[in-house]
Design a protein. Structure first.
Length: 303
């Protein structure tokens, strides 16, 4: 029995809460996962999991071995990483979660990474709310704004740039807002993600102003908000990734450019571990690389 592989399977079962989810994560069959867990229990001469038809639960012994299992896995991954640096290939699967605009940005460029590392695969999860990284088995997640969870490792890789936009058809016959306070008299389309989405913040570099809006249209997905703005339904704050080209083409208007939306930190978070496996660090380095290539997200950029 490969003890490291069995421990990795055990940890994935613990993190996902089921044999079937772990099997999907590890690209194994469910019986193969069950056999690895049984072999590990036989090797350790103890039961690690209580199994029922509807649920799994750790035994006391299972809880006790988790810290030791992580140490063994980390040591094995560190050894593998040293070998890879000597000429081996980056291999394995990385689960990466991103907010929608950055998910689109990364998916356009992901082929470059996969071409560099033929043994690497990426599960891309596009979502608006923060994930339970350990519970869902997510290796890396990009979050916007302040990261308050002190149990996670956090690396800032850039800053957002957003625009207050509207379609020309919406602005026809209306007075475009000139100050943040003017925004509240307009029809607003709200992109509701984590935090209070009904508070819009603007900054001209010297002053920061936050206004409370009363949206007539609220959506949990930025692509839906984007489509509503293009249809002439009101004002919205959206990432340059979604609207930059349409502002250049005149399909959308950059409203109130002298007082743009405040920028948010772009951070990558991951569960606290002493050594990041090479497959995960390779994806992290790629995120840093491609965010840095965009002058509107690069850490050194400022309005």
């Amino acid at each position: 029995m490969d003890i490291v592989s069995a421990l990795q399977t055990f940890m994935r079962v613990v993190e996902t809460g089921s044999f079937s989810a772990a099997a999907v994560d590890l690209s194994l069959t469910q019986p193969a996962v069950s056999r690895q867990i049984s072999a590990l229990e036989t090797h350790l001469n103890t039961r690690l999991l209580h199994r029922t038809t509807s649920a799994l639960a750790l035994t006391a012994e299972g809880e006790q071995i988790i810290p030791m299992a992580l140490k063994v896995i980390e040591a094995a991954e560190a050894l593998s990483e040293t070998t890879c640096r000597g000429g081996g290939a980056v291999a394995g699967k990385v689960r990466l979660a991103l907010p929608t605009p950055l998910g689109l940005y990364v998916s356009d460029r992901l082929g470059v990474l996969l071409e560099r590392h033929r043994g690497l695969s990426v599960d891309l999860l596009v979502r608006e709310e923060p994930s339970d990284l350990v519970g869902e088995g997510i290796d890396l997640e990009v979050r916007l704004g302040a990261v308050s969870d002190c149990s996670l490792m956090c690396r800032r890789i850039g800053w957002t740039t957003a625009f207050l936009v509207a379609a020309p058809s919406y602005l026809q016959g209306r007075v475009a807002p000139e100050t943040p306070d003017d925004v509240t008299s307009h029809d607003c389309i709200c992109y509701s993600r984590a935090g209070n989405a009904r508070l819009w913040s603007f900054s001209n570099g010297a002053d920061d102003v936050t206004v409370r809006i009363a949206p007539r249209f609220n959506a949990s997905n930025s692509v839906a908000v984007h489509r509503a703005v293009l249809a002439g339904n009101g004002l919205a704050v959206l990432s340059h990734i979604l609207v930059g080209s349409e502002i250049e083409q005149g399909r959308l208007v950059n409203v109130m450019p002298e007082f743009p939306p405040s920028r948010l930190a772009i951070s990558v978070v991951y569960p606290s571990r002493r050594n990041l496996p090479l497959r995960i660090r390779t994806v992290l380095d790629f995120l840093i690389e491609i965010v840095g290539e965009d002058p509107l997200m690069a850490p050194a950029f400022s309005h």
